[in-house]
Design a protein around this ligand. Structure first.
Ligand code: ADP
Ligand code: SF4
Length: 694
């Protein structure tokens, strides 16, 4: 990539900062974040973290790193330092990070009531015996810790800290938030102990104080000690317990990594939480300590980052998601490439995949998680294999990504789009309430394409098979997307519902184009039938409420938007829907529609009932737009006789799904052009020896 000079305005972001015995080379700090890699995929993890260091992050941390088998988060692959066999695996990461001059941090972690210990079957410690809170909802309680157990825990901490030293880390964390064990000790409601570790604030902070002091004694000669700590989002009272306890240990560590006490806010989707949303709370903490402070805020704007440092809100720019969407943000600022920054859209698809126990991925950055398995670099693509031309049909996320990456590789690219506006589904969806940032998927790619003279874009050009053959490109990539179906077929129903042809069945595609179901002279009531279980039904309901249309949402699921639980959107969606008076009916499947009412059925008892409405809008599944593809397939011979070499169907046209999957398929087709089948089919299993304990 071409490089230029940094605007001197941004110099403060590049000033080194002393953190205890180590020095961060700049102010860009990748805070600990889950990756779905951990102990199970150490090569993958090392390559991913190393890429961030290469991209200029001055500090790069692990995910949560378990200190002992009684803190086992199976099926989620956290990192671990249970025994010496773990050291070599984490050394892969520290080596990869150090290679680029960054510091490596490790987040030592003990889960407590949030781990089930499914693999190790060990009892988890807690300040008291309390029910397990892991997602699995196991009927299981923690073991109330005795004073001996507290000593044992401290021993585990220090053994893990020694291994962290051996693994060559520079920053060692004491992790005291996110409702894990140390956080529970701080809580006046959870910690009901009567001894020196419970009761008063001084007693409740004692365990953390001791662990900080002992960690410093173990690693302090070479490593900084950081503490992750959370505070209330709105601090209106200095007497708040967490603030009071912070005051008691404010000078103990070398660095404070501050989060807010509400995960829906800290990790909030951009639909509900915007950039720099924690800054008031963080500024308060900063005023209470002389030690450096780092915090996240989904920072993607260099100017916002700069203002955080200059106004003294914090000393380092903490990032998880922005560093996932663009591992090269620091380098891009450093080299004056601000308009190349690929901004996170706040969709939380990264987080969702970790919470499914799989390696993380990213809507904006298709290379995320593929640094090791496929060898994909986040800021470089291989040069074209030959002077050949590619026609990309459809400029949704898949087509835009394909055209952009093919153009960057140096192919001659034609991108044809039927509509006057590019972006396909992201352009439509970004009009929904709260979704504006999703347009970044389109805008970043259009910005990159605008710099490529070898990519020609033709909006308002719907191609048919004859036009494609006439254009005589050597390669054709079909990215024609998918269309929401109206017949109710989804997970619960396998066939169309009775009455699906009725004119009062209103397609969600019409709403996405800006049309609304309206009844003349009276209030309109729409039933949305959701069997999609992600964000769309809630988003459309909120859009209809803006138009003053009454909405009843019906779903066969036990909760609306089940999959949006993984992206941390379910809570925000439900809150917004209830505030706006949307009625949500769960555990009911759609049977039929008669133009005036829907007949629904209880998924358990099969008892039927009816709900009257003016319109019915099914949001259940999509049909791939593959007509052009099928027509092209039938004309393969003509295509080949005109010099054609390859044809591929990608994105939603192939398998309707996440925007992230469409972007990935566009990137993959572009990366793989010119590769042999053997080169494409890497299985990429992480073969690093897995230790006996795992
Ligand atoms: P994906 O998520 O796979 O990128 P989208 O539905 O977002 O899919 O985008 C598909 C795009 O393809 C839309 O913008 C649509 O207008 C465009 N398109 C569909 N058929 C044609 C065609 N025959 N010629 C050109 N563009 C097309
Ligand atoms: Fe941001 Fe979405 Fe990428 Fe996560 S998946 S980093 S939220 S763009």
């Amino acid at each position: 990539m071409e490089t230029g000079k940094r605007d001197p305005r941004y110099d403060p972001l590049f000033e080194p900062l002393k953190i205890g015995p180590v020095t961060a080379p700049n102010r860009f700090y990748q805070v600990p974040h889950c990756s779905g890699m951990g102990y199970r995929r150490p090569q993958m993890m090392a390559a991913m973290r190393g890429m961030k260091a290469e991209g200029g992050w001055g500090v790069v941390c692990t995910e949560y790193c378990s200190i002992h088998p009684s803190s086992d988060d199976m099926p989620y692959p956290h990192a671990s330092l249970w025994d010496d066999s773990d050291i070599a695996k984490l050394r892969l990461m520290t080596d990869a990070v150090h290679e680029h001059g960054a510091l490596a941090g490790v987040e030592l972690w003990y889960g407590g009531r949030s781990t089930v210990n499914l693999y190790t079957r060990e009892p988890a410690f807690g300040p008291n015996s309390l029910p397990n809170t892991a997602k699995e909802g196991m009927p299981l309680q923690t073991k109330a810790m005795t004073i001996e157990d507290i000593d044992t825990l401290k021993g585990w901490y220090q053994a893990a800290a020694e291994r962290a030293l051996e693994a060559n880390f520079d920053i060692v964390y004491v992790y005291a938030n996110h409702e894990y064990l140390l956080h529970d000790f701080l809580s006046p409601t959870i910690n009901s102990r009567q001894d020196q570790y419970g009761g008063s604030a001084e007693n409740r902070v004692r365990l953390i104080r001791e662990i900080i002091e002992e960690t410093r004694a173990t690693v302090g000669h070479r490593c900084a000690v950081a503490v992750r700590y959370s505070i209330p989002r709105e601090i209106d009272n200095d007497k708040d317990e967490l603030i009071k306890m912070f005051g008691m240990i404010a000078e103990l560590p070398d660095l404070w990594d501050i989060t807010v006490n509400d995960y829906n806010w800290e990790m909030g989707s951009s639909r509900f939480v915007k950039e720099a949303s924690n800054q008031d709370a963080v500024a308060k903490i900063k005023s209470m300590t002389s030690k450096p402070v780092v915090s996240v805020g989904r920072f993607t704007s260099p100017d916002t980052m700069l203002s955080q440092i200059k106004s003294g809100v914090q000393d380092l720019i903490g990032a998880a998601r922005p560093s996932i969407a663009d591992p090269f943000i620091p380098q891009k600022i450093n080299h004056g490439r601000l308009d190349d920054i690929r901004e996170c859209i706040g969709c939380n698809v990264c987080y969702a995949h970790d919470s499914l126990g799989s390696p993380l991925r990213c809507t904006q950055n298709p290379t995320m998680g593929e640094e090791w398995r496929r060898g994909w670099h986040a800021d470089q693509v291989p040069e074209r294999h030959a002077d050949e031309s590619v026609l990309v049909i459809g400029a949704g996320p898949a087509g835009l990504e394909a055209a952009c990456t093919l153009g960057q590789r140096g192919y001659q690219v034609t991108l044809a789009e039927a509509q006057t506006r590019l972006g396909g589904r992201v352009t439509a969806e970004s009009q929904l309430p709260g979704f504006a940032e999703w347009a970044r998927v389109r805008d970043w790619r259009m910005g990159q394409i605008a710099k490529l003279p070898n990519v020609n874009v033709y909006p308002d050009n719907r191609l048919d098979v004859e036009a494609v053959l006439e254009l005589e490109h050597q390669h054709v990539v079909v990215a024609t997307g998918a269309t929401w179906r109206d017949d109710g077929v989804g997970r619960w129903r396998e066939t169309a519902f009775e009455g699906s042809e009725d004119p009062a069945v209103f397609s969600v595609e019409r709403v996405l184009k800006g049309e609304f179901p309206k009844t003349e002279g009276s209030n309109t009531h729409v039933i949305i039938y959701d069997d999609d279980h992600y964000y769309m039904s809630a988003a459309i309901a909120l859009k209809l409420r803006e138009e003053n249309i009454a909405v009843t949402l019906i779903t066969p699921a036990g909760r609306l938007g089940e999959w949006s639980y993984h992206t941390q959107e379910q809570y925000g969606s439900m809150t917004a829907l209830l505030e706006l008076g949307v009625k949500v009916v769960t555990n009911q499947g759609l049977i039929s529609w008669n133009g005036l009412a829907a007949t629904i059925e209880c998924v358990f008892s099969e008892v039927e009932s009816t709900i009257e409405a003016d319109y019915l809008m099914p949001i259940t599944a999509k049909l791939p737009n593959d007509d052009l593809w099928l027509a092209l397939q039938s004309k393969q011979d003509e295509f080949l006789s005109k010099g054609g070499l390859s044809m591929q169907l990608i994105g939603d046209g192939l398998t309707p799904g996440l925007i992230a999957a469409a972007v990935y398929s566009g990137h993959k087709v572009a990366r793989e052009l010119g590769l042999t089948d053997a080169e494409k089919n890497q299985t990429g299993r992480d073969t690093t020896t897995v230790s006996f304990t795992h």
